[in-house]
Structures are given as structure tokens and as C-alpha cells.
Write a protein that binds this ligand. Sequence first.
Ligand code: PEP
Length: 245
Amino acid sequence: MKSTIIVANWKMHHGPGQTRRYLEAFVPLMKDLPVDRQVIICPPSISLAAALEATGGTPIKVGAQNVHQQESGAYTGEISAAMLAEAGVEYAIVGHSERRQLFGETDSLVNQKALALQNCGVLPIVCVGETLEQRQSGEAQATVRQQVEAAVAGLDLQRLCIAYEPVWAIGTGQTATPEDAQEIHSVVRDVLRSFGDATAVPVLYGGSVKPDSVDELMAQPDINGALVGGASLLVESFQRICCYQ
Ligand code: PEP
């Protein structure tokens, strides 16, 4: 994997038509992407096929925003890891705080989803992060430590990515300071080391990353990339984030 990974999480934005239009404009701009960067676009599942088609033959990869933990069965509305793999999707976000908060996803479920993805050759991007309340009561490190321990159990560390996304920074415009982010990233690294050789696991930062905050965040020693929500919806701002110097 490249040394810096920039992931776009479009959430519930951009249907197939908009996905095509976005990527028609975005893909040519990636000719200026520094060689150490990997860009991954995670559209809503209905737009995965359009994204795969528009990025085919380019270095840009496509990821899903979620997956079901079972292989197949009576799970109306759900998509399995095998289906993602068959379609050519190489990555999937699991455990995003919106899934945890709005859809009741637990650490154990996040772990099952990540295992299901690895079993099918899809690389999980596992999200962790503390709430404002947990940060204010001094529990940020312990919360993230516990989430990473639960999520990583049984996983192959050679095929894994972690995203630290403080819940209070997501969609709020309130980015963690580079120092605060670095502090938690080093905790994540520490936990990963207790599971084996974790040097290959990229640890991304997410939470209101913008073109003017990306440089400082990426300069931190334990930050290996960014997971970008709002600022990835517009071609120009996401291009500036991907091509930061
Ligand atoms: C996200 O949804 O993962 C995210 C980081 O969103 P935003 O960049 O808008 O805070």
C-alpha cells in the first residue's frame, strides 16, 4: 500500500449520475497526484458500479461505506463482502461513528464485519473515535484503545486500515489539533503493536479535514492519511486535499 492514503466518504450523497460527473472532472486532475498517495472513493452502494467504471484503468480505488457481516441470506437491503469483492470493490469502511450512533453498531459487530471483508479479500477501513463527553471526561485514550482492541481481534494486520475519527470533529468544522490527533494515533499504534507486526497498518485521521488543515495533520509522525467527509463532496476541495504538499 502507498504511504499516504486519502479516502473520500461521500456518505448519502452523489447518486450514479453525479458520481460519473464528479469522476469525469476529478480523474484527470489526479495526474498531479504525488506518487506516494493512494486515493480511495467511497460512494453510496448504489453508485459503486458507476465509480468502478469511471475509475477503471486509473490508480484511483473504490470502497464501500458498509457491509453486512453474514455471507448471504435473508437480510433485506444488505450487501455482503463477497458481493463487494465480485463487483471489484477493494475497500470498505466499517464502524463509522454514524453507523455506531444511528444504527446501533457495536465493537463486536464492527469486528465481525471486518472479518467478513478480509475473508473475501476486501480491505477493511475500521473507524474508531471518542465522543465529546468521553474526551471531556478524560476517557479519549481508553475509549479508542478499547475500540481498536475489539475491532482488530482475529484480523490479518497486513490487510487492514484504521481511521481515528473523533466523533466531535465529524461534520462539525472542528478539526482536532495536529497534536491531539497525533496523541491518539500513537495510542492506536501502541495497541496495534500488541497484536503483532503492525508496521503495515495505515492509521488515518478523519474529522473536518479541509484543504487548509491537511498539511499540518499529515506532517504528524503517526498519521498516515485522511478520511474526508464533507470536503470530499466537491471536486476542487478534494483535489486540493489529495494533492497537498
Ligand atoms: C467522515 O464522515 O468520515 C468525516 C470525517 O466527515 P467530515 O470530514 O465531514 O468531518
